[in-house]
Design a protein around this ligand. Structure first.
Ligand code: NAP
Length: 466
């Protein structure tokens, strides 16, 4: 092993982003089985004052069990060689060179910060939203708290057949009582509880056999307290291509089970609940219509064709229109470029080999910015292990960065100068305490603080780390 990584010269690693992939990378580094004597210091930066990334800002409020994964990250954060610097943004407070001057390795774990677009007329009409905006709003992300969702119309359209689409459909269908037991942002609780939306139509461009839902999320749509799920029996009759696929070895059990679940839904008699979640297949929006806001959506009926070994949707001449006041496009997240860091415009990821940023020394990527916005939280564990293994290979081969100033005190001084309101892990713990205490008074897991001002104020109550 090179001399970096000894107690005299600890391996200094910066991680940009504090979501699951960043925390798994930190955890693997700090508990490194392949290098048991490694001395490593991990500094994690986030532009928000709060950690956990999409576990706080993405996972739906009615999924507390999924959020509980943050306990694993808390363990990592308690390691004495771990530091958190919240409210510190790469490109605003620190430059790429500030990091490469101070760390042997920099790991980018920034996820996918924006959404994909449908590219159809009317997409920017008021009432047409990216699902990512809605999700960030109901989860109390400070950048999105002032958005105004008008839920006065009776029908909302959700475009896409992934788990974010199921989250959006559920959040529109939960009752006030159900919402009130969650950590949904207060501003969203009121709006959602007063919603007039009674029909949520989820549009899939391909068929039931190609839906990207995972089984538990699809099953949940059939278990809503006050919403019936509705699938047209004609929609679950598989076309020859889908039938052959589902019966083939290539079909994943998730896809087979999705088809079974949807077939079950198609056979259901509606129970007359207040709301309906309608799952439609083989339809693609072609235009959103309205004079000054969303009033209608036009979509084409699709057929499935095989091209390059995959089953794709192709529009037919048949179109249909539905009145609606809201459209949520839930067709995937998209990565954005970090200042000073390579970026592949096609894949919207950082070009990398096994996590090693191409043509760079001592720079790595992990999570969605490494592989694209796919997989569940746990997928990031394996992904982070691969990146950390690559980094350690480079450590052993003496191929890491050669920082001019790899000193923790120097970094502390730089952060203090550039961002006096940086939030330490103890600062986040103070926020966490304040939110949980406020929640306890209302029988909720927490009441989120949703503005930078409130979060920074609460973070000031930090007791120094023991
Ligand atoms: P996703 O799983 O990739 O689903 C995107 C959906 O959008 C697909 O059905 C896709 O259809 C469709 N789509 C893409 N472009 C389209 C277009 N132009 N027109 C119409 N439809 C289009 O993405 P996601 O829902 O954003 O989720 C991201 C990741 O987070 C996923 O891995 C998901 O499982 C995960 N997640 C997990 C949970 C959970 O575990 N509870 C919750 C939320 C998110 P095609 O298949 O035809 O491309």
């Amino acid at each position: 092993m090179s001399e970096i990584g000894t107690s005299e010269r600890p391996l200094r690693v910066a991680i940009v982003g504090s979501g699951p992939s960043g925390f798994y990378a930190a955890g693997h580094l700090l508990k490194c089985k392949s290098h048991p004597d490694l001395c490593v210091q991990v500094d994690m930066f986030d532009r928000l004052p709060t950690p956990w990334g999409l576990v706080r800002g993405g996972v739906a409020p009615d999924h507390p069990n999924i959020k509980a994964v943050s306990r694993v990250y808390e363990k990592t954060a308690e390691h004495p060689e771990f530091r958190f610097y919240g409210n510190v943004e790469l490109g605003r407070d620190l430059s790429h060179e500030d990091l490469t001057d101070r760390y042997h390795a920099v790991i980018y774990a920034v996820g996918a910060q924006t959404d994909r677009r449908m590219g159809i007329p009317g997409e920017d009409l008021p009432g047409s939203w990216a699902a990512t905006e809605f999700v960030a709003w109901y989860n109390g992300h400070p950048d999105y708290r002032d958005l105004e969702f008008d839920l006065s119309s009776e029908r909302a359209i959700v475009v896409g057949n992934g788990n974010v689409a199921t989250d959006v459909a559920r959040m529109l269908a939960l009752t006030r009582e159900e919402l009130a037991q969650t950590d949904v942002a207060d501003h969203a609780l009121e709006v959602l509880a007063e919603s007039n939306v009674t029909e949520i139509v989820v549009l899939g461009r391909r068929g039931p056999a190609q839906a990207a839902f995972t089984n538990p999320e699809l099953l949940e749509l059939g278990e809503m307290t006050d919403a019936d799920v509705f699938v047209d029996p004609g929609d679950v009759e598989l076309d020859p291509l889908s039938k052959a696929f589902i019966e083939s070895e290539a079909a994943h059990t998730t896809a087979k089970k999705n088809v079974d679940i949807l077939t079950g839904y198609a056979a259901r008699e509606p129970l007359g609940k207040r709301r309906r979640i309608v799952l439609r297949f083989l339809v693609s929006p072609v235009e959103i219509l309205g004079s000054d806001r969303v009033e209608r959506i036009r979509f084409a009926h699709n057929e499935l064709v095989e091209a390059d070994g995959t089953i794709r949707a192709r529009a037919t001449d048949i179109t249909e229109e539905l009145d609606c006041g809201l459209v949520f496009r839930s067709i995937g997240y998209r990565g954005t470029q970090l200042p000073g860091v390579p970026f592949d415009e096609q894949t919207c990821t950082i070009p990398n080999d096994g996590g090693r940023v191409r043509d760079r020394t001592g720079e790595y990527a992990v999570g969605w910015i490494k592989r694209g916005p796919t997989g569940i939280i746990g997928t990031n564990k394996r992904d982070a292990q691969e990146t950390v293994d690559t980094l350690l290979e480079d450590l052993d081969a003496n191929r890491l960065g050669n920082p001019s100033d790899p000193d923790r005190d120097s970094l502390e001084a730089l952060v203090a100068e550039r961002q006096p309101d940086a939030v330490s892990y103890a600062g986040w713990q103070a926020v966490d305490r304040a939110e949980k205490e406020a929640g306890e008074r209302h029988g909720r897991p927490r009441v989120k603080l949703c503005s930078f001002e409130a979060l920074l104020e609460a973070a000031k109550d930090a007791t120094p780390a023991p």
